[in-house]
Design a protein around this ligand. Structure first.
Ligand code: HPA
Length: 276
């Protein structure tokens, strides 16, 4: 899809949403694979099935419910994207970032991105959380490629601090309160959908990556293009290929993510509460 058409869809959906929303969300949350449940304290006000939204790309990952929830978390107006669009589903990058563009237009100031990731760093363990402090995006197309839409941001956005340091600090404090183990690390986005080979993981380790996944970085770049602050958190769902002897399976990824979803909810609740 051309980026201008994708932006046309964004503005069109925005107009329709705008007419039903009574309050603008200040915080956006993307719930990744296996992490969709358990934000029990979220008070949902409007629930939209994305498959019914004309023009919105269809979610093809079975486990992603593809819902957009508007409501309050810790009294803060929040929009939650249940599931996300991935490049490996066949969408172009400008389609993958449609949810982020929508969030930006709706007035979201802070985006919390969650995902499941494979640990390249041997010090990490399954079930640990990684506060992403930097990324490597060079293995997938840049989501800002193509004509720049100046309504969103500048042609050449700075990427010095993609992941807000203050938010990382806050997340660490909250994690400590909840006895949740965290690391700070570098996330590398690959296109997927195949998992990596052991040789690829060795290469990525040499390049300085700590965790690997198939999402998130393009969303973070898009948010920074619009001036939206980003906090991105990975749950280590598995050790990356070759780090131990286990074979990779999506089911394991999903099961681990589900098993830590209470901790994720605690972290997210704490973070959003701090925006009151
Ligand atoms: N590789 C890529 N993406 C992933 C992984 C992995 O090991 N685990 C969860 N998402």
């Amino acid at each position: 899809m051309g980026e201008l058409r994708a932006n046309g869809i964004v503005f069109d959906i925005y107009d329709r949403l705008n007419s039903v929303l009574t309050e603008r969300p200040r915080v956006g949350i993307v719930m990744g694979s296996g992490l969709e449940s358990n934000l029990k304290d979220f008070q949902s006000q409007i629930e939209i099935e994305l498959k019914d939204v004309e023009g919105y790309p269809k979610h093809t990952v079975k486990e992603h419910s593809g819902k957009l929830l508007f409501g309050k978390l810790a009294e803060v107006p929040t929009v939650i994207f249940m599931g996300r669009l991935h490049y490996y589903e066949g969408y172009s990058m400008d389609e993958v970032i449609i949810p982020m563009r929508l969030a930006g237009l709706l007035g979201v100031e802070v985006m919390i991105l969650t995902n499941s990731a494979g640990a390249i760093n041997c010090e990490y363990g399954v079930g640990d959380f990684v506060l992403i402090e930097d990324h490597i995006s060079l293995f997938v197309p840049n989501c800002l490629r193509g004509t720049n839409d100046d309504r969103f941001g500048t042609r050449f956005p700075d990427m010095t601090e993609v992941y807000d340091k203050e938010l990382i600090g806050k997340a660490e404090e909250i994690a400590k309160q909840g006895d949740i183990k965290t690391h700070r690390g570098v996330y590398v986005q690959l296109s997927g959908p195949s998992f990596e080979t052991a040789a690829e993981i060795r290469m990525l380790r040499t390049l300085g990556a700590d965790v690997v996944g198939m999402s998130t970085v393009c969303e973070a770049i898009c948010c920074r293009h619009m001036g939206v602050k980003v906090c991105a958190i990975s749950c280590v769902s598995n050790m990356a290929t070759g780090i131990n002897n286990q074979k990779q399976s999506y089911l394991d990824v999903k099961n681990t993510a589900e098993s830590v979803s209470d901790k994720f909810a605690f972290l997210i609740n704490g973070l959003v509460s701090s925006f009151k």
